[in-house]
Design a protein around this ligand. Sequence first.
Ligand code: CA
Length: 223
Amino acid sequence: MRILVVEDEPTLRGQLVEAIAAAGHTVESAGDGREGHYLGEQEDFDAVVLDLGLPMQDGLSVLRRWREADRRMPVLILTARSAWQEKVAGMDAGADDYLTKPFHMEELLARLRALLRRVGEHTSAQWRCGAIEIDTRAARVLIDGHPLALTSHEFKLLALLMQRKGEVLSRTELSEHIYAWDNDRDSNTIEVFVGRLRKKLPPGSIETVRGLGYRLVDVGSAT
Ligand code: CA
């Protein structure tokens, strides 16, 4: 994947570039808002790590301008400690996740993985698994051609299970996917959501793999 890092502090920028490259990605970087904005507007990236406090042009304006120009790549913003207003402003401007400085590089990489997983979901809009059909762009689910009403949590859960049909997904992975904004993720609530989703899907669609997690299986069509 191709990642853009926009951070003005040279030491941190170097660490970010190194860690993200070591995780197997191609990394481009910029040290100020003007160059960062230019790169993000002219080139395609799978995700961006964007510091909000930047010279030349602040990170919030960079993000707003990208979104206004319909640049939809996932953006993880870096905010100063205790500046909760910044996080709110960042979310409003179209950020997908945030991390407060100082942070552990491992956490940044985990957040980035979660964002990149969601990229696949946005580029491929439709999946089918037996009787279940999902259109992620229209946020619509059909069972044997009939519309199914789901809550947003149930929808996100089903979208990830569909995207990775046949794979076992752990509760932690599922909760990371559902609670991008929640720092108090609780993987136990995933059981509740899976239980509710199960009742709405053809019987046997979601398999529990003991000690590991859940898997979506093709149980065929009901008709
Ligand atoms: Ca800064």
